[in-house]
Write a protein that binds this ligand. Sequence first.
Ligand SMILES: CC(C)[C@H](C(=O)O)[C@@H](O)C(=O)O
Ligand code: SF4
Length: 425
Amino acid sequence: MSNGLTITEKIFSRASGRPVRAGDFVMASIDRAMAHDITGPLAVEGFYEIMRDEKEKKVWDPEKIIILFDHQVPADSLNAARNHILLRKFAREQGIKHFYDLHEGICHQVMPEKGHVLPGQLIVGSDSHTCAYGALGAFGTGIGSTDMAAVFALGKLWFRVPESMRFEVNGKLGDRVYSKDIILKLIGDVGADGARYKACEYAGEAIRRLDVSQRMTISNMAIEMGGKAGIIEPDGKTEKYVRERSPGYRLDEGLKSDEDAEYAEVREYDVTGMPPQVACPHNVDNVVDIDKIEGKRIDQVFLGSCTNGRFEDLRIAAEVMDGRPVAKGVRMIVIPASHTEYMKALRAGLIEEFVSAGALVESPCCGPCMGGSFGLLGPGEVGLSTSNRNFRGRQGSPDALVYLCSPATAAASAVKGKIADPRSV
Ligand SMILES: CC(C)[C@H](C(=O)O)[C@@H](O)C(=O)O
Ligand code: SF4
């Protein structure tokens, strides 16, 4: 065995207070824990169950728990309203310092944006896309509500330190081809469980060249190939992003995988000349080049979600639309991922452009991404979405079809009224 460590092994060694390696079982201290309106109520219930015999029923650290509302926002059912009431009460009683009510946005956007994600941290969230925080060099991972209950109580959780799978992505992305196309390509290649329980590590010049917003898209979708995390080694861009939110933060030069670190697998890619990618129904790994699916009719385009609802995504889409209206017979729903992103888009005039084009712009939330709220697809309808999952029934009817793509492809398709290549509209 070599002496080198992966970034994941370094993070777990710090979090568990001893040198550990992939495969070791550890009890790790959690740096931040996030729960939202769907999974939070069950975690709260579990927490009180655990604390049943304690006199003081207090969480381990009210400053390290983040609670927010995003999935059913504004409350779209009585059940959602009750969940919101329960979590507001819990946050008040426990003195949860970082509680965001329903105006703030989607968890995976709000967490980094508000400075709750630092490189090298071990962060858990009761949401599967918590791997998104790997974009900043944190080990973020999704856990269930009952595990979250234990974290609320103890601030610790056991893990088997995952092996790492390295994706060396080189070459240069072409015009109107983005990080979403890279991650769809990788998932299509590896398969939905090809990286099961592995820490996916994205490296190479094509990844280094991406801005933080685009890195978030790639890290966000590690779970779609079974990854436990989706880490990108922090660099100057990471440092700048983090410092703007956590002044005084300094990049730790040692926070990267050693050259002789051991990997379960290393895969190499060259994205030069790669066309836009689309994931076809009903699996995220059912990925094709755009020319295989171009011309397919669509009923709805959804531009948003924690994967691709940032200001940069909206700007790309507006550029591609270039003042043209949404095609007749197609509806377009645009949802900025957070209040901050919404304000940026508003100030830049993007919201006016979308509204003038005939799109529906909604307040920050998950929206149709999970089909639990508004914007559902009916039987037989076809949706094109910038989100991360296209499972049967995910956005409404089990008889609807969902295709996944980049914001540029979504925008090109919205103006054309059918799936279109953003390079040729
Ligand atoms: C509701 C939540 C538990 C779920 C997740 O874990 O990812 C949702 O965010 C999703 O995208 O499917
Ligand atoms: S936007 Fe979609 S993927 Fe992201 S947290 Fe919400 S439901 Fe999950």
